[in-house]
Design a binder for this molecule. Structure first.
Ligand code: GLU
Length: 311
């Protein structure tokens, strides 16, 4: 498990280039809009840039037309990339080059183990099963014993993970030939000069392995802020509940108010605003990053918050 320490660090000083990186596996839902709006607000507040990148490297999970629908929804919400939108499916050469460097340096290896070989170890790979042979092996990053990675998340404070024990050797290219998200995201964040990764807290436990990969590739580590999750009444993540309904691009204002509440901002400041542009302008002015914190909210609490009337 990820451990949470007591330190609380916020550091958005200096140059800021943030991003929103949806996977086109379906329409945007409230949780994804919170990540988009939160990362956009952090960038705007810092006077920085906000880029959109489509993470379409997993065709079996993708839905035809979803990327374009996501981009249309974002623009209906007034959230438009400051740079041309890139798609990971156009960037295989970059991932190939990074993988080649890791293999050449001896940091990565071909792994012939099957999923069932790893069941006894809870899916955590530490060494290859002797004699296993696959036609197309996966490629993994070798994670030496006692590889502890710590970082200061702007919202969650100090986070530490023993990557060897809790994650094991990290898959970089899957046995089915597709790139692993972990490699592509690290390569792209560095290639695009992203300084601030602001995304949902469901990715908090991926961050230590991404930092490990950055170090292996000699890439800079951006600042991280993992936004609070939205949970349903029984504490399940929004994406696993009925509340993960697509958001309505034809009626952005109510959803923007919910997302504002999910970021633990004061709902009263957006009261009575009836245009997206004016709402966003007001949101930039009144945004208080130090209010976000790390506490998850329920869908019911969000609806109550968004219905708050001025005092
Ligand atoms: N593509 C990932 C997702 O949609 C997000 C990746 C990231 O923000 O690092 O969950």
């Amino acid at each position: 498990m990820i451990q949470r320490a007591d330190t609380y660090v916020t550091d958005t000083a200096g140059r800021h280039r943030g991003r929103f990186a949806p996977s086109p596996t379906g329409p945007l839902h409230l949780g994804s809009l919170v990540a988009a709006f939160g990362s956009w607000l952090m960038a705007r507040r810092a006077g920085g840039e906000w880029w959109v990148r489509i993470e379409d490297l997993d065709p079996p999970r993708e839905v035809a037309g979803a990327a374009d629908a996501q981009l249309r929804t974002l623009s209906a919400f007034g959230l438009v990339s400051d740079a041309p939108v890139v798609r990971q499916s156009d960037r295989h050469a970059l991932y190939d080059a990074a993988l080649a460097r890791l293999l050449d340096a001896g940091f990565a290896f071909a792994c012939h183990c099957s999923r069932s070989d790893l069941v006894a170890a809870g899916g955590i790979h530490r060494s290859c099963r002797p004699g296993a042979l696959r036609e197309t092996p996966a490629i993994r990053l070798r994670v030496p014993d006692d590889t502890r990675i710590a970082f200061d998340d702007a919202l969650h404070g100090r986070i530490e993970q023993d990557v060897a024990r809790e994650v094991g050797d990290v898959v970089l290219r899957r046995a089915d030939g597709y790139w692993a998200y972990q490699l592509a995201v690290v390569v792209d964040d560095a290639d695009q000069g992203i300084t601030d990764v602001v995304r949902g807290a469901d990715l908090l436990d991926s961050t230590p392995r991404q930092i490990l990969l950055q170090r292996a590739l000699g890439l800079p580590t951006p600042r991280y802020a993992h936004l609070p999750l939205i949970v349903d009444g029984s504490g399940r993540k929004l994406s696993k509940s009925l509340a993960a309904l697509p958001i309505d691009a034809d009626d952005p204002l109510p959803t923007l108010r919910l997302a504002w509440c999910a970021l633990h901002q004061n709902p009263r400041v957006l009261h009575g605003i009836e245009s997206v542009d004016r709402l966003l302008a007001r949101a930039i002015t009144d945004f208080q990053p130090e209010q976000i914190g790390s506490a998850a909210t329920t869908v019911a609490a969000l609806h109550n918050c968004a219905a708050t009337q001025p005092a």
